[in-house]
Design a protein around this ligand. Structure first.
Ligand code: PHE
Length: 385
């Protein structure tokens, strides 16, 4: 009986082993990295781009000799823009595929689901683009290739006051979106510190398709010179059209939820002159090599999500190289101490709370085109008075 128990115990222990993640991997064992992204469903555009970026990074890492001789092998799961699928994907990657670390997901609400499971399994998870601040709070296993909403909201306030010189501000948010609410809060706080006035506010429920009352609730539009709408791009396009239809002539500003080529297609003429936050400036020096390699591999121009997916895997590679072993703890420690890491999206450094600090980019719609307007460095946002 006792022997059976010992044998069973041994089997469990063996099952729990992650052959390539326990100690220095033998060069013959690939290092397994999970990839959880929405490759189908409502936000598939974002997931597909990020996936293309991850594939390019894996190809480059392996062509250059891998991680100390071991190749990286990706285990990709489509999370279908559905948080329930994210949970199943995370469980599979952790328990069946036995990955050493993973990249994912896109929307903050989805990443939150995976982050809890990776925390319990003590394995690092890097999100390319989930900006919600709560993700890293109390979770030393979660990392971002992007800035967080506190920094983004503050950057928007500095941009609104100093670059656009606007002071009579309305804020429109999506009520049930943690992303929208948190970004609005950080913006409002910093805008008030910079003597901006929040004149009107309104929030709407998810699935809204009658935008007239949403805009009417802001009151007299002629009293405003800026509307800040930290929402996702399809709502943003509708809100912009409605604002213009109701005669609003002031400026419109959005957050990174607008950072999609779709925004100008959906918004059309109404979008002309609007500003928003982006993660990636394809014309910058930091982006050059990545853009050329991406075009060669995928025969397409990379967008923000492609660059962030690429950067996420490159951060992980750096951590694998810096860590003595490929165990979760050592890799997480290496990620937490990344400083001045040169990504396609710019220089990034982890602060003492494992929050990624980097530049926030602002873009503007000019007709059908999207033009780069300016870069706000983390220290400029902190210093602005
Ligand atoms: N920052 C968004 C979130 O946290 C996701 C996103 C990133 C959307 C980039 C568009 C572009 O939910």
């Amino acid at each position: 009986m006792r022997q059976v128990a010992i044998l069973a115990g041994l089997c469990v222990a063996l099952l729990a082993l992650r052959p390539s993640c326990e100690a220095q991997p033998a060069a013959k064992d690939p290092i397994l990295v999970g990839v959880m992204l929405p490759l189908s469903g409502s936000i598939a555009d974002f997931g597909k781009s990020a996936h293309q970026g991850v594939l390019l990074a894996a190809e480059q890492i392996n062509a250059a000799g891998g991680i100390k001789g071991a190749q990286i092998k990706l285990k990709v799961i489509d999370t279908r823009s559905d948080p329930a699928k994210v949970e199943a994907a995370a469980k599979k990657l952790i328990n069946e595929d036995k990955v050493c670390a993973a990249i994912g997901d896109v929307a903050s609400g989805h990443t939150l689901v995976a982050a809890r499971l990776f925390k319990d399994a003590k394995l690092p998870l890097i999100t390319p683009c989930s900006t919600n601040d709560t993700l890293t709070e109390g979770n030393p296993w979660l990392f971002r290739a992007c800035f967080a909403d506190k920094q983004q909201g503050e950057a928007c306030a500095v941009f609104a006051r100093q670059r656009l010189q606007k002071s009579k501000i309305a804020v429109l948010t999506e009520r049930d979106s943690a992303y929208s609410k948190a970004l609005a809060e950080s913006f409002k706080k910093r805008a008030k510190e910079l003597s901006g006035e929040i004149v009107a506010e309104n929030n709407y429920g998810s699935g809204t398709n009658d935008w007239a009352p949403v805009v009417e609730a802001l009151g007299d539009l002629s009293k405003l010179d800026l509307v800040f709408a930290p929402v996702y791009y399809s709502d943003a396009a509708m809100i912009t059209q409605e604002l213009r239809q109701q005669g609003y002539t002031g400026t419109i500003l959005g957050g990174d939820g607008w950072d999609s080529d779709q925004i100008v297609k959906l918004g059309g003429k109404a979008l002309d002159g609007a500003y928003w936050v982006g993660h990636f400036n394809a014309a910058s020096d930091d982006a050059k090599e990545f853009v050329a390699a991406f075009r060669k591999k995928h025969d397409a121009q990379p967008d923000s999500l492609a660059a962030l997916g690429y950067d996420a895997l490159m951060m992980l590679k750096k951590a694998f190289m810096d860590a003595k072993t490929t165990t979760g703890k050592e890799v997480a420690d290496a990620l937490a101490s990344l400083k001045e890491f040169k990504g396609a999206t710019g220089l990034m450094s982890m602060d003492e709370k494992r929050v990624t600090k980097k530049s926030v980019f602002f873009f503007r719609a000019k007709g059908e085109a999207i033009t780069f307007d300016r870069e706000l460095k983390a220290e400029d946002v902190a210093k602005a008075k």
